[in-house]
Design a protein around this ligand. Structure first.
Ligand SMILES: Nc1nc2c(ncn2[C@@H]2O[C@H](COP(=O)(O)OP(=O)(O)OP(=O)(O)O)[C@@H](O)[C@H]2O)c(=O)[nH]1
Ligand SMILES: [Mg+2]
Length: 710
């Protein structure tokens, strides 16, 4: 055997465990979740370990799809990967099938058999099927379909070695079993009527009944370009009138369902596998409460309140520990290097800046942990269902809510996640809504301001004030996203409301190991960002905030800098950064902010977390050398010359509101540009969000003042 790589593609219905299997085979850690539409891009990897003959085995993981007639971008991506469009076609297709849902999965299996590509079936989730009392004999299924069937449990890796072996054999050209030829012969039978005639015409032109079936379906769905193997096929398919193609496709669908029923009967599953399995029964019982229009919503809000309260309570001790470590490090550096500019750079710039962001690792990790567990249990799909009623008012269906929810972690994968939405206008509305969702980069800002300025530990019933204010910020951002979506859907992006197609997966016990790995990965992303973007920004800002220093400052600097009361004596206002902050203060005053915050806002145009590191810098430079109080204490104790608090709870709230809305993430702007293929929408998004942020923060501060909160 040559050392040339063999490519296998993992295809299948959504949520059947393709990515779990991919991770198991390749050792990758791509995102897995208990809802449809997790994977929306083609993932690539290579099978671990030595294979017989020294052959390398490449694996590609495809988005889930219900059929080969795509109606949304993620399904089109799957089809492209399956037939080989941007890349060479795979040598073997491994169709992953949910053993507990065989009836529904067999339809796609027939379509893939029609495509005529070498095929192996992974009968996944046999543990779930067994627990539900569904007995499927892999040998019988293999005999009925004429395709090797390997039972697997993707979660534990059971069966993956047998699967790779079967895939390699088929990929190397093992002849198809006789039964497959029989099945193909049966599938060749043409339906009657005008659709049947169109199909027969195509068959005659191509000389291949199965290709004709695949192409007539593609013609009906307007995806000939994806399915046709060559120019001749494309022309022949284009020759079929669209109406006739649709009719033929419908007749073929009916024929496939009949074939599925025949297969199930042959397997002794005439009705059993079609009706609800016990696992679904149990899920349905739980759902009677969890998706109840009153109880369900109450429980959802309760779950979220517990989530945010625990983020505060559990992270606190760890946060203190990290703060202590950073203060210690800063002291060591000070003692070791003695006073000097370089020491200042290290202590005030690098350590104070980056350290102030790293302090939030516990919160970020906890948020990812909770969301990960909820996703893997299947609860997130219920949350989508609950919110669907609200979403229906917006004119979007629940499918949009899953990407919106993942916007809590980060807008970028969430925007890619909208590929599951079939209508482009609806997809665009969802893309424009996502940046309003509070991503994890906003969490450090909220936590800093709440911990510094509010009585965060006081209890309200079982919850803490800190947890509730945090929950409030998330509710505000979610509600704002929904309102914005409703407005767009009724104005610039008007289109009919699609019906809801939302699958509720059975509840599953989350797999802690998986979730912990994912949490580690995402937290490391955060740390990496702190070590690169934030570090670089911090050093630049440190320089801008430190120079020129007052003694060296030429006369003009001291002469007429527009300085606010109380700031005249602070050396930092002589620096370039300080002057910029002071100059922009008139703009900030309506929303209750002062120049230090202004500098931090400017810094956060690079990345939101820079806001926190910049404030850390400002206080580090301003403070005495032996002052290594945590930033939140420094902010809490900061006083104006007249003795009043520099930051009040109201000012903190206004600033948080600003950060709920402000579009301060250049990566998001870039992704929106890529996914919408125009500059129009990202620019629109940036301008509108920044304007709303300014207006909302100003309103918060002014109304709060009128009401006597300050
Ligand atoms: N019990 C059990 N659960 C599994 C098995 N394989 C996958 N799962 C779970 O099923 C859910 C879906 O797994 P994924 O690997 O994300 O499924 P997918 O097919 O890639 O889904 P999409 O990308 O959305 O199409 C996750 O909660 C997995 O933990 C299995 O063999 N047994
Ligand atoms: Mg997947």
């Amino acid at each position: 055997m040559s050392g040339e790589a063999l490519t296998i593609a993992l295809a299948g219905n959504p949520n059947v465990g393709k990515t779990s299997l991919f991770n198991e085979l390749t050792g990758a850690r791509h995102k897995v979740g208990n809802y449809a539409g997790v994977t929306v891009e083609i993932l690539e990897g290579e099978v671990r370990g030595e294979l017989a003959g020294g052959r390398r085995l490449r694996v590609i993981d495809l988005p889930g799809t219900y059929s080969l007639t795509p109606i949304a971008e993620d399904e089109a991506v799957a089809l492209r990967g399956l037939v080989g469009r941007e890349r060479p076609p795979p040598d073997v297709v491994v169709l992953v099938v949910d053993a507990a849902n065989l009836a529904r999965n067999l339809y796609l299996a027939l379509q893939v058999i029609e495509l005529g590509r070498p095929l192996v079936i992974a009968l996944n989730m046999i543990d779930v099927a067994a627990a539900a009392g569904i007995a499927i004999d892999p040998a019988a299924l293999a005999a009925a379909l004429g395709v090797p069937v390997i039972p697997t449990v993707a979660r534990s890796g059971e069966g993956s070695a047998a699967l790779t072996q079967a895939a390699v054999e088929i990929g190397e050209g093992a002849p198809a079993p006789v039964a497959l030829e029989e099945l193909r012969a049966r599938l060749r039978a043409s339906p009657e009527g005008p659709g049947g005639e169109a199909l027969a015409g195509l068959e005659a032109a191509l000389g291949d009944p199965l290709r004709a079936r695949a192409l007539v379906g593609a013609r009906a769905a307007d995806t000939v370009a994806l399915v046709a193997a060559d120019q001749r096929e494309a022309q022949a398919a284009d020759g079929v009138a669209p109406e006739a193609a649709i009719e033929a496709a419908a007749a073929l669908a009916i024929a496939r369902y009949a074939e599925v029923d025949r297969l199930l009967a042959a397997l002794g599953h005439a009705d059993g596998a079609r009706s609800g399995a016990p696992a679904m029964d149990r899920s349905a019982r739980i759902d009677r409460i969890l998706t109840h229009r009153v109880w369900g919503l109450a429980i959802f809000i309760g779950v979220m309140a517990i989530l945010f309260t625990s983020i505060f309570a559990w992270a606190e001790p760890l946060m203190g520990l990290i703060e202590g470590g950073i203060a210690w490090l800063s002291d060591q550096v000070g003692a070791l290097l003695g006073p000097g500019i370089f020491t200042d750079l290290l202590r005030e710039g690098v350590i104070a800046g980056v350290g102030n962001v790293l302090v939030f690792i516990p919160q970020i990790a906890l948020l990812f942990l909770f969301v990960g567990l909820l996703e893997d249990s299947g609860y997130m799909a219920r949350a989508a269902f609950l919110i669907d009623r609200l979403m229906a008012r917006v004119g979007l269906h629940g499918k949009a809510f899953v990407p919106l929810l993942s916007g809590y972690a980060c807008a970028i994968p969430a925007i890619l996640g909208t590929r599951t939405i079939s209508s482009f206008r609806d997809r665009l509305v969802t893309i424009l809504m996502i940046p309003y969702m509070s991503c994890s980069a906003r969490l450090p800002i909220y936590v800093l301001l709440i911990a510094a300025l509010m009585p965060s530990d006081e209890r309200v019933g079982p919850f803490t004030v800190g947890g509730l204010v945090l929950l409030g910020m998330y509710l505000l951002s979610t509600a704002s996203a929904i309102v914005v979506g409703a407005i767009y859907k009724r104005t610039i992006l008007r289109s009919p409301t699609p019906p809801l197609v939302l699958e509720l997966p059975p509840y599953r016990l989350p797999r802690l190991r998986n979730t912990l790995l994912a949490v580690t990965d995402r937290t490391m992303d955060f740390v990496r960002e702190a070590g690169t973007v934030i570090l670089a920004m911090t050093v630049i800002l440190w320089a801008l905030l430190s120079f020129p220093r007052p003694p060296e400052a030429p006369a003009e600097a001291g002469a007429k800098v527009e300085v606010v009361a109380g700031a005249e004596d602070a050396p930092i206002v002589h620096s370039i950064g300080g002057r910029v902050g002071v100059a922009m203060e008139p703009l900030l005053r309506p929303m209750g902010q002062e120049w230090r915050v202004g500098i931090a806002i400017l810094g956060s145009f690079a990345a939101r977390e820079v806001m926190v590191s910049t404030l850390g810098l400002v206080y580090g430079i301003e403070g005495a050398d032996d002052d290594d109080r945590p930033l939140r204490e420094a902010m809490r104790e900061a006083r104006e010359p007249d003795g009043s608090r520099r930051y009040t709870p109201l000012r903190g709230l206004a600033l948080m509101v600003f950060y709920v809305y402000a579009c301060l993430c250049m990566s998001t702007v870039a992704v929106v540009r890529r996914e919408t293929r125009s500059w129009r929408w990202p620019i629109f998004m940036f301008v509108s969000m920044t304007t709303i942020a300014y207006v909302a923060a100003t309103l918060t501060f002014q109304v709060g003042r009128l009401l006597g909160f300050e």
